[in-house]
Design a protein around this ligand. Sequence first.
Ligand SMILES: C[S@@+](CC[C@H](N)C(=O)[O-])C[C@H]1O[C@@H](n2cnc3c(N)ncnc32)[C@H](O)[C@@H]1O
Length: 279
Amino acid sequence: MARTWRDRIVEAAGRLSGAGVPSPLVDAELMAAHVAGTSRGGLILAEPPDEEAAARFAQLVGQRTERVPLQYLIGVDFVGIELAVGPGVFVPRPETELLVEWALRKLTGMTAPLVVDLCSGSGAIAVGVAANRPDATVYAVEQSAEALAWLRRNAEHRGVRVVAGDATAAETLAELDGTVDVVLSNPPYVPEATAVAPEVRHDPHRAVFGGEDGLDVIRPLHRRAFDLLCPGGVFAMEHDDTHGVVVPVLLREAGWAHVREHRDLAGRARFATGVKGDA
Ligand SMILES: C[S@@+](CC[C@H](N)C(=O)[O-])C[C@H]1O[C@@H](n2cnc3c(N)ncnc32)[C@H](O)[C@@H]1O
């Protein structure tokens, strides 16, 4: 009798657990669902895998036991949008969805807004905005050649204008200075000596780490954001969860108004927002 998905998933979860994968059963189910072309819940109704599907599943499980990030293997769902990621680009994290949701609330009431995503990586933030606000003009700035390839693949067909360059440099998008409604960013911000999970080691170093104190990119980046914005324009920037005090202080000292810190459901400091002048 053909072995069912359930048999194969249970066996795979054992292998993944032995390799130290933190959520072996969920990962095995997600990979099986990906191969079967269904959801995790849909697996219960799926036909037993044929030889080809079983081989594909075994290959994915093998890669996952080597701690290849799950998202490289099956893609990422970010605010309901499918993004492709792989070597050379940062894997978007669920916590960044909070920043996008905040931005979409801010954009309510603005007509045809101009939005810039600095340090765009795979394009998660830019695409999250563009897909939900077809009237917006969205720019995405990224410096790394490898990341730019993924960004173009995810963002260009969704109308995002991809710009190769240093997000902190005055010449990048200089033609937009003083006109942008919303600047968003998830820059590299982890302090250099921080111990990270094995999966994070697959992310490019310069996508994750922000120098000794984690603020090397953040310091010039918020100033660039300030110059891009129109009076009353808003800024949101993700930061390390240990920077819930230092980043808002930095922003207030630099002249940002209405600076606020935003926490996730677990109470961790996640991103800071500010306004250019009084709105
Ligand atoms: C933490 S990742 C975030 C990617 C994406 N925004 C997200 O939320 O998934 C930071 C990204 O910033 C890029 N980056 C770092 N320094 C940069 C700079 N000075 N100018 C432009 N991009 C930069 C890295 O290559 C990386 O893709």
